[in-house]
Design a protein around this ligand. Sequence first.
Ligand code: HMG
Ligand code: MG
Length: 324
Amino acid sequence: MTDDSPPVLSAPASLFTNAPASVSLYEVGPRDGLQNEVTVLPVAQKIEMIEGLVDAGIRRIEMTSFVNPRWIPALADHMAVATGVRRRDGVSYSALVPNMRGLDSASRAGVEEVAVFMAASQTHNRKNINKSTEEALATYGEVTREALARGMRIRGYVSCVYGCPYEGSVPIAQVLAVGGALLEMGVYELSLGDTIGVGTPLQVEHVMRSLLSSGIGLEQLAVHFHDTRGTALANITVALQYGVRTIDSAIGGLGGCPYAPGASGNVATEDVVYMLHGMGVETGVDLDQLVRISARLTGLLARELPSKYLKAHLGHCARLGRVP
Ligand code: HMG
Ligand code: MG
């Protein structure tokens, strides 16, 4: 190869025949990506990151989290970030909310889409949101009623779908129970979280088959993989084969949950985009612009980011004596 773009094949595919022609990327870098960083970026740099990602073609982006700042200090500036981002038509800007207080703050910040989040396991709910599964569902019943009454769109995360850092394997029945309850409340999409990155392709197949055969629609599902054990892209290819059209990812492969010991970064947006473009699946995102943002974040956060594409790109630029 002479440049850094994916090889394009002309032969018709016999595998991935159910893969969609295009996918919607849901960028979680500013929220999931930054919530666990030691270096806290100033508000202006967070806003630059969000606006830069939108300039690169991202159309759905989670800006921050209206949670207790004592629990997530890195996002204590949620109000300044959410009010500071210049909105662009056709882009959905969302934020995580754990309760009514978070919903009120998100409303005041002009956020039109909120995401509620809970795990399929009891212990992770206790550790992460200080509630049992039943208490979390009761709280979100109230939050979603109010958010819908205010005309907001609501996304729902189910975490620990592939395993819990405290309980180990999680029965699929618990995923179905929590996911089904959130859908009944009116969330338009369920994001299935591999919070600690333990899932394998066979497990993804099991999860997709179980959810789809329970009556949940394909358009209601998104996948959210952390790449802790290097299985995220392989897992995404299985979800694609099932026709999933929404993929969560974080620029640079940033991310991790402080209440999920051992969790590491989300799958990197640029790695996902490289793979999808190489498979002929459109994303609407400009890979060069993306990688410029992750190269800049490497400097701002003063650490090497996990993205494989970024490393390859930096090496490629160094060989050619080009500025990344
Ligand atoms: P709590 O301590 O039980 O809350 O926390 P409380 O209702 O007892 O209130 C205690 C204090 O928190 C009070 O303040 C409240 O006002 C304040 P005080 O009177 O002591 O000064 N408080 C708030 N402040 C700001 N914003 C709020 C808010 N709510 C209460 N919204 C709570 C319960 C849920 C708030 C807390 O546990 C919390 O903030 N947890 C969030 C933790 C978190 O964000 N974890 C990372 C999320 S990532 C994830 O879950 C996985 C995901 O990425 C998908 C995947 O990877 O699978 C989504
Ligand atoms: Mg996550």
